[in-house]
Design a protein around this ligand. Structure first.
Ligand code: MRU
Length: 364
C-alpha cells in the first residue's frame, strides 16, 4: 500500500545486494526505518524481537530466511538448522510453521546445488501468494461493507473497529482485516476506522500510521474505549485478524480480541475475522485448549516507547519495580462469538462445518 504516495510492501528482495529489505516496525509510528537481513541469526532476531510481525508476514520472512541460508550453505544440516532456529522464534502464529514446512518439504528432496535458486523462488512465490490471498479477503470483505453502506443515510461512513495491526504491515501487502477497508476506500465508499491502541506493544499505532499514510480516515482509541463506542452505536462492524484459527472456528489473535468480541456480541455488532487459509491449523480442533499462547518479555508491559518533545524516540518505565508482570500476547475467541470468517475462498461460519465447506480438501 502507499506511504506518502509511494507504493511499499513490508518485505522485498534486493537483487543488487542479494539481501532482504524490511520495514523495521519497532520504530513505527515514530519513525519509518528500513533494515536489511541476510544471515539466519538476523532473520531469527527480526521475527522474535518483532522488527517484522503479523502472522502472514512472519511466514513470508521465514521463507526468505531459509532462502538466504540456502544461498550461504545449501546443505541438509543448514536446512535443518535454519528450520529449527526460525521455528523457535514465535510460538503462536502458525504461518511461521506453515512456511517453514513448505520450504523444507520443497527443498529437502533436491540436490544441494539446486536449493539456493529454488528457495529464493519459493520465498517469492509465498510472498506473491500472500498478496493475492489478501487481495481476495478484501474482495469478499468488501461485500459486507457495501451492505452496511447501503443501509446508512447518505454521507455517513461505515465505521469499522479493528484490534492490533492486521494491516498491510502484518502481511506482505493489503493486510487481512484492513483489506476490505482499503477495497472500500478504493470503491469510493466512506469508511472510518477505529484503531485499538493494543497495549502492550501499541500495534494500533502501526494501524493508524498505515491508514493515515494511505489516506483512510480513522481514529486511534485506547483499548478500553471500544465497548463504550459499541454501546453508543458508533461501530458498524468489527474486523480483526488472527495468528492461528482452529479447525473448529476458534480464533487466536492479539490479546484483547476476546474482550472486543464479547462487547460486539452484547451489542449485536457483527464481528468478523479475516484470514488467509495459511493461518488455519487443521490439526487443532479446540482453539481454547490446544493453541500455545506466547508469553512475551515483561519489559513490554513495564515500559512504553514514544517520541519525546526533542524528536528522540525514547523508552520510559510506567510500572512499580516490585510488581509481578504477566504478558500473554494472544487470547482465543470462541467461534460462537464470531459472526463469520473472511477467507480467500469466501465467508463462512466460524465452525468446523463452515471451514470444511470452504476447504473440503483440508478438513478431517
Ligand atoms: O504480536 P503481533 O504483532 O505479531 O500480532 C499480530 C496480530 O495479532 C495480528 O492480528 C495477526 O497476526 C493477524 S495479521 C494479518
Amino acid at each position: 500500500m502507499r506511504v506518502d504516495g509511494t507504493h511499499y510492501r513490508s518485505i522485498w528482495f534486493n537483487h543488487a545486494s542479494g539481501d532482504v529489505g524490511i520495514i523495521d516496525q519497532r520504530w513505527l509510528p515514530s519513525e519509518f526505518r528500513i533494515a536489511t537481513l541476510q544471515t539466519r541469526a538476523q532473520f531469527a532476531t527480526a521475527i522474535r524481537d518483532m522488527w517484522v510481525r503479523g502472522a502472514p508476514l512472519i511466514g513470508a520472512t521465514a521463507a526468505y530466511g531459509v532462502a538466504m541460508e540456502m544461498t550461504a550453505d545449501p546443505s541438509d544440516r543448514a536446512l535443518d538448522e535454519v528450520w529449527h532456529m526460525l521455528n523457535e522464534t514465535r510460538p503462536t502464529a502458525i504461518n511461521l510453521r506453515w512456511a517453514l514446512d513448505r520450504c523444507r518439504n520443497h527443498l529437502a528432496p533436491m540436490p544441494p546445488d539446486a536449493r539456493p535458486s529454488a528457495a529464493l523462488q519459493l520465498a517469492h512465490d509465498i510472498a506473491e501468494e500472500d498478496v493475492e490471498t489478501n487481495r481476495m479477503l478484501g474482495v469478499h470483505g468488501l461485500s459486507l461493507i457495501k451492505d452496511i453502506a447501503a443501509r446508512k443515510p447518505p454521507g455517513e461512513p461505515v465505521r469499522v473497529l479493528t484490534h492490533c495491526n492486521a494491516g498491510w504491515l502484518a502481511t506482505v501487502d493489503w493486510g487481512t482485516a484492513t483489506s476490505p477497508v482499503y477495497h472500500a476506500a478504493e470503491a469510493g465508499i466512506d469508511v472510518y476506522v477505529y484503531a485499538d491502541e493494543t497495549r502492550p506493544r501499541n500495534q494500533g499505532g502501526i494501524t493508524a500510521w498505515e491508514l493515515g499514510s494511505h489516506g483512510v480516515p480513522h481514529a486511534y482509541i485506547v483499548d478500553n474505549a471500544g465497548g463504550h463506542l459499541m454501546q453508543h452505536g458508533m461501530v458498524d462492524l468489527v474486523i480483526v485478524g488472527t495468528d492461528r484459527t482452529a479447525a473448529n472456528g476458534d480464533v487466536c489473535n492479539k490479546i484483547g480480541t476476546y474482550l472486543k468480541a464479547l462487547a460486539a456480541h452484547d451489542n449485536q455488532i457483527p464481528f468478523y475475522v479475516a484470514l488467509p487459509s495459511s493461518t488455519i491449523d487443521w490439526s487443532v480442533h479446540d482453539g481454547m485448549s490446544e493453541i500455545p499462547i506466547e508469553e512475551r518479555p515483561a519489559a513490554e508491559v513495564t515500559t512504553v516507547q514514544g517520541k519525546a518533545s526533542d524528536g528522540e524516540v525514547v523508552t520510559i518505565e510506567i510500572t512499580p519495580a516490585f510488581s509481578d508482570i504477566n504478558n500473554p500476547a494472544f487470547d482465543v475467541t470462541p467461534g460462537r462469538l464470531i459472526t463469520g470468517l473472511i477467507t480467500e475462498r469466501g465467508i463462512c461460519d466460524a465452525s468446523a462445518s463452515g471451514l470444511a465447506g470452504l476447504f473440503p480438501e483440508r478438513a478431517t
